[in-house]
Each structure stands twice: as structure tokens, then as C-alpha cells.
Design a binder for this molecule. Structure first.
Ligand SMILES: [Zn+2]
Length: 202
């Protein structure tokens, strides 16, 4: 007879990061297999179909709800099922666990000692395809602002810098336009003879 299941390492409760979260129910030593990522095994084709549907849904609701995990070359796991507590683990930029596939099971493993009561978090490892749709709310010191795998952070930083430059340039243009408009008004008020448009460079 199999041994009675040990008390789980985790409990599910309200998270400060996002909706529900998963927390250490007692001190978890580094290297512990905390829980496994359950779900339906699906083919790659089905995975693509479901993934796109989940992305569409998440774009509508604003929730980063994509639950598909790569299992192996042929199959993925769709963890969007109520009995998969691991789907409630939030993404964080400072993870205390990571997903590892061990003999066909996706385990969430403690990457350091986790004190009782701490929220569990791992890096979802999203690529840069849809980063803008997934802002990160983890609130950690090293938060990069978006739910993106760490290997993409340097590229993300470059993208964000570029975007900021575009925003700054647009702001500059807007200020110039407003100054122009104000100048135009003043000119109109002062002259009022021809109503000629005051344009820059004329
Ligand atoms: Zn973050």
C-alpha cells in the first residue's frame, strides 16, 4: 500500500501580486519538489490552437492567462484545469522556485530555502513576442516591468529604452506644437489683420 500523502508544502490564498497565489505552508528546504504542474497532455498542434485562444482571451480580459507548458518534443501540458494548483503560482522577477521536467512530470522545485508563509513564484519564461500584453506586478527590486524570461532581459531593456526615446520625442513635438499654437494665438490677438497662419520656418 502506498504511504499516506505527506502534508503538502503549500497552501493557496489571496496574493498581493495577482489574485490567488501559492504560499509555503512550512519551511521548504532548497531543492524540494514542492508540487507538480498538472493538466491535460496535448499535441503540439492542439497546443498552438489552445495557446492562441488563451492569448486572445487574455488580451480581452487583461489577465496573463496562458497555462501551456512544454513537456517534450511531441506534447505540451495545458494546465488550465481546476485541480492544477500550480497554475496559481504567480510570475516573479525574483523567483524562489523553478519548473523542471523530471521523468515526464513538471515539478516546481525550490531554488532556495523558502520560509513558511512566503509566496512561491517562478519566472514564466515568456519570450518577447507579446511582452507588452504582460506587465509584471511582482514588485521586487529587480522587476524588469514585464513577464519575460530572464534571458530576454537585456533585449527588453533595449526595447524599453528605444520606446522611451520615441515617447520623449513625441512629447517634445507636442510641446513644440503647443508653443506654436500659443504663438499663433498671440499673433492673431496682436495683429488680427490678415488671419495668416503662423507657421514655423515661414
Ligand atoms: Zn517583476
Amino acid at each position: 500500500m502506498p504511504a499516506a500523502p505527506a502534508e503538502p508544502w503549500y497552501i493557496v490564498r489571496q496574493s498581493a501580486i495577482h489574485n490567488q497565489g501559492v504560499f509555503a505552508s512550512r519551511d521548504i528546504p532548497k531543492g524540494t519538489r514542492i508540487l507538480d504542474y498538472k493538466g491535460h497532455k496535448i499535441s503540439k498542434a492542439e497546443s498552438t490552437r489552445r495557446g492562441n485562444a488563451q492569448i486572445e482571451d487574455s488580451a480581452k480580459t487583461g489577465e496573463g492567462a496562458v497555462y501551456i507548458f512544454v513537456l517534450n518534443k511531441k506534447q505540451d501540458i495545458d494546465g488550465n484545469v481546476p485541480w492544477n494548483d500550480a497554475r496559481l503560482i504567480n510570475h516573479t522577477c525574483e523567483p524562489n522556485c523553478e519548473a523542471q521536467i523530471i521523468r515526464g512530470t513538471i515539478w516546481l522545485i525550490a531554488t532556495r530555502d523558502i520560509p513558511e508563509g512566503t509566496e512561491l513564484g517562478f519566472n514564466y519564461g515568456f519570450d518577447l513576442e507579446t511582452w507588452e500584453d504582460h506587465p509584471c506586478l511582482c514588485g521586487t527590486k529587480s522587476c524588469c516591468g514585464y513577464i519575460v524570461g530572464k534571458e530576454y532581459w537585456p533585449k527588453l531593456k533595449r526595447l524599453l529604452k528605444k520606446r522611451q526615446q520615441v515617447i520623449d520625442a513625441a512629447g517634445e513635438e507636442e510641446r513644440a506644437r503647443k508653443a506654436d499654437a500659443a504663438g499663433e494665438k498671440a499673433a492673431k490677438g496682436a495683429g488680427k489683420k490678415a488671419g495668416k497662419r503662423v507657421r514655423k520656418g515661414e
